[in-house]
Ligand binder design. Structure first.
Ligand code: BTX
Length: 329
């Protein structure tokens, strides 16, 4: 059940540019006009700017910066993403909450956002540091009708979206380290974790987990990652609105996802390659039984890493250890 406060915010949000009279609000919410007025005072205390005009009524002028389901939805002109927003202050991992939401039939496009994660997850059981209100810790629930072996393409779609959104910021030049780390000045600022629940040939759901360091100072980054991680604030020397970036990401993601469903992976491949870290340069490759150096050629039509084999012919690698940071001859 939605609280009266949430219903009040929704009513005001639906009439974004006009006023709603106290009487209409009181009738719709079944509370007294005095109670409406009291709710408005509470909203102001929480950082909402309310404009009240005699004989006209109320309107929200500005939302608070603080994340909540309401502030994320406010002004978010989306078709299907984030129609359901689950916002929590502290969670172990937004992925865990999103799995639960998926099992409870939450719709395609549901998002889970937290201010802080105490056990944020990276790939292969690694951990992801997610300090309070410093970054974006977000999971997107998708129910795509694609074969399960195409799921990793959605990770590359997401990496491209992150790079595109960040590249719009002045003096920020993101690169994607294959498959999906976002680097600024060769340091990791975002990571993506894709988890899938599927049957043999059918996806039940996919969770795309995005972690993006936004307002961390160097001291807010854990010691073990200080030399290889960064944040938008460290790179631009400015604080950023986490809420605005979430909204930009969601809209860009929705557009990119729809385009992927419509046109397949080819357009994403091209975009991804625009941002590919070390494309055209030599990298050191280690597979389970071999080691060599070859030029990084790009990604294949399915999203595999395309490099030169020992004899110089192109080869696709689906998993390999790459030495990205040591300069090769
Ligand atoms: P990954 O396995 O590519 O990266 C994990 C590695 O990155 C760690 O071992 C560590 O070296 C480094 N690292 C950890 N935290 C950070 C950080 N804040 N910034 C830069 N480097 C870091 C990448 O995994 C996938 C991360 C997804 C995180 C999101 S947050 C929302 C969702 N919920 C959740 O639990 N995970 C995802």
């Amino acid at each position: 059940m939605e609280s009266t406060r949430d219903r009040l915010i929704n009513l005001l949000a639906e009439n974004k540019d006009s006023f709603i009279s106290g009487q209409v609000l009181s009738d719709s919410l079944n509370i007294s006009r005095n109670a409406v007025w009291k709710h408005m005072k509470e909203l102001e205390k929480d950082g909402y700017q309310i404009e009240a005009k005699p004989r006209k009524g109320y309107r929200i002028k500005k939302y608070p910066e603080k994340l909540s389901s309401n502030t994320i939805k406010w002004g978010l002109d989306s078709k299907w993403i984030a129609k359901k927003v689950i916002h929590l202050e502290t969670v172990e991992s937004t992925q865990t909450i999103a799995h639960q939401a998926a099992r409870e039939n939450s719709p395609h496009g549901t998002i889970v956002v937290a201010d802080e994660q105490t056990m944020g997850r990276g790939r292969m059981n690694r951990s992801w540091h997610s300090s309070k209100e410093k970054g974006i810790w977000l999971s997107i629930l998708l129910r795509p009708e694609i074969p399960p072996n195409h799921a990793s393409q959605l990770t590359l779609v997401t990496a491209t979206v992150l790079a595109e959104v960040l590249s719009k910021i002045e003096n920020v030049e993101p690169l994607i380290k294959w498959p999906n780390d976002i680097l600024l000045n060769r340091k990791k600022t975002a990571g993506i974790l894709t988890e899938m629940q599927s049957e043999q040939d059918q996806i039940q759901y996919i969770l795309i987990g995005i972690g993006l360091n936004v307002n961390h100072s160097i001291h807010d980054l854990n010691e073990d990652i200080q030399s290889k991680a960064t944040s938008l604030r460290i790179e631009t020397e400015k604080e950023w609105s986490v809420k605005d970036i979430i909204q930009k990401l969601l809209i860009a993601f929705e557009t990119a996802y729809d385009a992927y469903m419509e046109d397949g992976f080819a357009p994403t491949k091209k975009k991804w390659e625009n941002y590919g870290f070390k494309i055209g340069e030599n990298i050191a490759i280690k597979t389970f039984n071999d080691k060599w150096q070859g030029k990084f050629l790009g990604i294949s039509d399915e999203g595999a890493l395309l490099t030169e084999s020992k004899d110089g012919t192109p080869v696709k690698l689906y998993s390999a250890e790459i030495d990205w940071f040591t300069e090769q001859d």
